[in-house]
Design a protein around this ligand. Structure first.
Ligand code: UDP
Length: 381
């Protein structure tokens, strides 16, 4: 083997393919779970509904190169994802946009406020809620208060255990106030779902004569990293090839400086013997309930069925207990400093590379992750 890749999610699978195909390396992919695809993994449930086992993943990108690269392995169900938030009796479009403005303020007042907003920020612009909140205009402040109270505050408390102003602004900035009538959740040029699902796409990415995949194998356990010696050991023997690690970096070093904090999620799936549950792919619960959102899969995937499956997401603080999955890095200066200490240990080993949401302690989307994986792999000669 010339290269070992630990993890077969977006980061691991894309990097493995690139090393195998563009550099002719023999690549061994070790995956702890009993399936490939990481948290993008999808499968049919007991009723034949295609579900995302680890929560909804919607592909979107403006990166032509990534889109073209992934399109080698899948066709797409062109799908413009829309989200609504349940606020009292109303379902309002999220991100808060000009349609939402008119629903909340009515046609006449809404039209006046639209002029003010577009005059201030520009038509079509995307304004982070924290920026809108800093406006000195009392009417814009009132809109910001509405959006903050009804869309961000409670959802963010559930998701992160902290108020919007206390988390990294880039997180709430993912869902800005949008000054257009486009109800889609994302503003990217390409949006959609792999036509046959994510798992077949990952199968194709990893289907290469130079790639061997071993699921149910905890690569982190098979490896021993010695920063002092600048050496990686694989099952006790020095391994001189490329190693790409996509798991949590603290666990590689037995959490010697303390655990890196992550948010985790519990997914409660429910199946209903009727064609429709909520009429929308995703409904966010921004002012009520303990779960953040309900996803109804058939509206994401376009699947036709006489029955339906949904999932509710309950966030909680990851503790590292057996069976828990870390999903989101909690980015703040303190956690970043802790991360840097671990990254510095890993950095002492020249053939060892950290890649991905967990290993890099970052909030990557699928497309950015794929771009980063290609970039890293192409730089490893
Ligand atoms: N958010 C919110 N209310 C919403 C949607 C998003 O407060 O209705 C905030 C929340 O802090 C969330 C962040 O914006 O974690 C990013 O949302 P996104 O939908 O991008 O999260 P993901 O799908 O990655 O979990």
């Amino acid at each position: 083997m010339d290269a070992i890749v630990i993890g077969s999610g977006v980061a691991g699978a894309v990097a493995a393919r690139c090393l195998a195909e563009e550099q002719g390396k023999q690549v061994l992919v070790l995956e702890k779970k009993n399936h490939i695809g990481g948290n993008c993994y999808d499968e049919r449930d007991a009723w034949g509904i295609l579900i995302h086992k680890y929560g909804p993943h919607i592909f979107h990108t403006s990166d032509q190169e990534v889109y073209a690269w992934l399109s080698r392995f899948t066709d797409w169900y062109a799908f413009g994802h829309e989200v609504v938030a349940r606020v009292g009796d109303q379902l309002i479009p999220v991100p808060f946009n000009l349609n939402t403005l008119k629903m909340v303020y009515g046609e006449e007042q809404g039209a006046r406020l639209e002029k003010k907003l577009t005059g201030t920020y520009g038509s079509g612009s995307r304004v982070p809620i924290l920026e809108l909140r800093s406006s000195r205009d009392p009417e814009i402040q009132a809109i910001a208060d509405y959006v903050y109270e009804n869309i961000f505050l409670r959802y963010t408390m559930k998701q992160w255990g902290q108020k919007p102003e206390d988390i990294d602004p880039a997180v709430t900035g993912r869902v800005p106030v949008v000054l257009s009538y486009d109800n889609r959740y994302f503003g990217d040029k390409y949006q959609g779902m792999p036509l046959d699902g994510y798992t077949p796409m990952f199968e194709k990415i990893l289907d290469h004569p130079n790639i061997t995949v071993q699921t149910g194998t905890d690569g982190a356990r098979a490896l021993n990293i010695s920063p002092e010696e600048g050496q990686v050991y694989l099952e006790g023997k020095p391994f001189p090839g490329v190693v790409i690690y996509t798991g949590p970096v603290d666990e590689l070093f037995a959490c010697r400086y303390g655990r890196l904090p992550y948010r985790s999620l519990r997914f409660d799936f429910e199946h209903y013997d009727r064609p429709d549950y909520q009429g929308h792919s995703v409904v966010n619960y921004t002012v009520s309930e303990d779960f953040t959102r309900i996803t109804e899969f058939k509206y994401l995937t376009g699947q036709q069925a006489a029955d339906t499956t949904i999932v509710k997401e309950y966030p909680f603080a990851y503790t590292g207990a057996q069976g828990e999955i870390p999903y989101y890095a909690i980015q703040n200066p303190e956690n970043q400093a802790l991360y840097e200490r671990y990254a510095a240990l890993a950095g002492k080993v020249k053939n060892f590379h950290l890649l991905g949401r967990l290993a890099e302690y970052k909030y990557y989307n699928i497309d950015a992750m794929a771009a980063r994986a290609l970039h890293l792999a192409r730089g490893l000669q």
